[in-house]
Design a protein around this ligand. Sequence first.
Ligand SMILES: NC(=O)c1ccc[n+]([C@@H]2O[C@H](COP(=O)([O-])OP(=O)(O)OC[C@H]3O[C@@H](n4cnc5c(N)ncnc54)[C@H](OP(=O)(O)O)[C@@H]3O)[C@@H](O)[C@H]2O)c1
Length: 251
Amino acid sequence: MKKLANKTAVITGGNSGIGLATAQEFIAQGAKVTITGRNQKAIDEAVAQLGENASGIIADSGSMAQIKTIGEQVKAITPNIDIIFINAGIGKFNSVEQMDEEMFDDIMDINFKGAYFTLQQLLPLVNEGGSIIFNTSINAHIGMAGASVYAASKAALLSLTKNLAVELLPRKIRVNSVSPGPVGTPLHSADKLGISDEQLQQMGEGILKQIPIGRFGTMEELAKVVTFFASDDSTFLLGSELIADGGMYNL
Ligand SMILES: NC(=O)c1ccc[n+]([C@@H]2O[C@H](COP(=O)([O-])OP(=O)(O)OC[C@H]3O[C@@H](n4cnc5c(N)ncnc54)[C@H](OP(=O)(O)O)[C@@H]3O)[C@@H](O)[C@H]2O)c1
C-alpha cells in the first residue's frame, strides 16, 4: 500500500527544489498534489513534469491579496486537504549594519507572514487527521553572520509549530516541522541569494566544511522526511521537528 494513497496535498513553493521533489514523492506515494508558486511559467512546467495527479495555482506568499484567494483556488481543485507542506521561502542574507527595511520585510513577509496566513486560509479545508508541515531551517538553531533575519523568520515557524499543534489538536490535525541543513537546490544561486558568484562560492565552501557528512543534502532526502510527517508513519508526532542536516547541528 502506498503511504499517501487517497490523500490530497498542497505544497507551497512547489515548482522548484525541495517543494518540487516533495510533490514528486507525494505523488509516487499515491497522493494528488496542488502546488503553489508566484510564476505561471514555472508552475506550468512543474505541473507538466509532475503529471496527471498534479495541479498548480498562483499564490505569491508575499502578497496578502493573493494569499486571500488561495482557499477558493484550492477548493476549485479539491474540496478537502489532508496534507499541507508550507515550504515557500526565500533566503536573503545581510549584516545587521547593512540590512534595509525592504529586505527585512521581504524575508518576513514571505517566510513567516505568508506561511501563517496561507495556513489560515487553507485550514477550513483540512480534514480531521490532517498533517501540516513547515519547512524551517537549521539557521533557526545556529548563529551565522548575515543570517539573522532569515534565521528569525524560520525560528518563528518553529514557534508556530508548537503553538498550532496545541491549537489544532481538537481537530486532530498534526503540526510538525522539517529543518533542513544545506540542501543542493536552485536556492543556492547568486541570483536567488542576492549575492555575487564569488560570494556564493565562498559561502558554499565555508558551509561544506561545517557539514560532518561532507556534502549537501539532496532534495529527495528532504522529500522523504516530509513524507514521513505527512503519512501515518508519524501519527504520534505533534509539535515536533526533524533536523535533516548531515549532522551539522547535532555533531
Ligand atoms: N536549500 C537549502 O539549503 C535550504 C536549507 C534550509 C531551509 N530551506 C528552506 O526550504 C524551502 C525551499 O527552498 P529550496 O531550497 O527548495 O529553494 P527553491 O528551489 O528556491 O524553492 C523555493 C520555492 O519557494 C517559492 N517561492 C519563493 N518565494 C515565493 C513567494 N513569494 N510566493 C510563492 N512561492 C515562492 C519558489 O518560487 P520561485 O521558483 O518562483 O522562486 C520556489 O518554488 C525554503 O523555505 C527554504 O528557506 C532550504
